[in-house]
Design a protein around this ligand. Sequence first.
Ligand code: OSB
Ligand code: MG
Length: 375
Amino acid sequence: MELISLKLLPLTLTLKQPFTSNHDQLRQRQLTLVQLIDDAHNQAIGEFEAFDTPTYTAETQPTGRLLLAQQLGPFLKNKKFADPAAFNRLFANIVGQPMALAALEMPVWQLFANRLQLSLADYLAQHAKTQVRSVLPVGISLGVMPWPDLKQQALQAVAQGYQRLKVKVARPADFTKIVALRQLLPQMPLMVDGNSAFGPKDLAALKALDPLNLAMIEQPFATTDFVDHAWLQQRLTTPICLDEPIFTLSDVQTAAHLKSASVINLKPARVGGFTKALAILQYCQQQHLTCWIGGMVESDLGRYYSQNLARLAPFVFPGDVGPATQFFKESLCLQHPQLIQGALDFTAMPRSYRQGPILKPEFQAAFKQQPNLLS
Ligand code: OSB
Ligand code: MG
């Protein structure tokens, strides 16, 4: 395969309500769509999912756009690759930039799936030697918010059938809301995400979460603190999940060897795409680490990729892969799996969904105005 056209389309989506974590308050979601056209004139669209600021990870929309436009995009001119693994090898000497690379790599998987007349999920499953689920139970991630709002949104999520609640926490005072939520929902699979807000000084407050029977505590300590997370895990019964520091298989190996965590939040964009994500899944299975698919407040286009990865049978724990309508009124694509009792239903999708997401005509037209970085 060879790409004959590569175009970028920056856009900004407005959230229905701000999404607050320890890192940031997200009100506007800047994204960059990437249109790839291969030498058989098939099209696939990727999404560059870095945030505006280098708070969650180091990549940002402005710097990533520049890198895609000036280096990573034009580099692909006249490059041939026989499969997604070969595509990855083209970029083997690049340090970092996983989300920029994933914006190219995930639609390349779609292009190969189309050539083989497989759906993306079936192609991923073939690679991972596993099965695809057509009904996918999902969880929801709720931001930091006052108790009355949290109570209302949690009850609404339960009414919609979501199979797991994750609540962002940014200071020990937020834990009183988690205690109240656990009283309200004694049986609900529940977890918190600290987004690096805490440190060893917060041990007593974190230990007070143990009796709540949380599924896990995600990323309590700072991004690079593999050793401190291991220290914390020795003192907690609740499993620790790592998110922010997981860029490579080597990061997962570090976490496994140090016992920093027993759970990995796997975001295909944060690890550079599907090839890397599947290698991490395989390692997690060998090491008996739980591995589940996280979210990036993606558009519905970005969700297409994470949802179809999450459909693989080993991702048992419900992911942050519910409909993007949680965040945005606007959608970019024409078809979406419906949420029925907390699960995405892929059985009702039209046949055309197997060939990838179909962009709305206005976004398709907007690409016409953009320069082809390969010409
Ligand atoms: O820590 O998992 C996170 C959203 C933005 C940045 C970081 C995180 C999140 C989420 C996922 O919690 C929300 C979603 O996309 O469903
Ligand atoms: Mg997280």
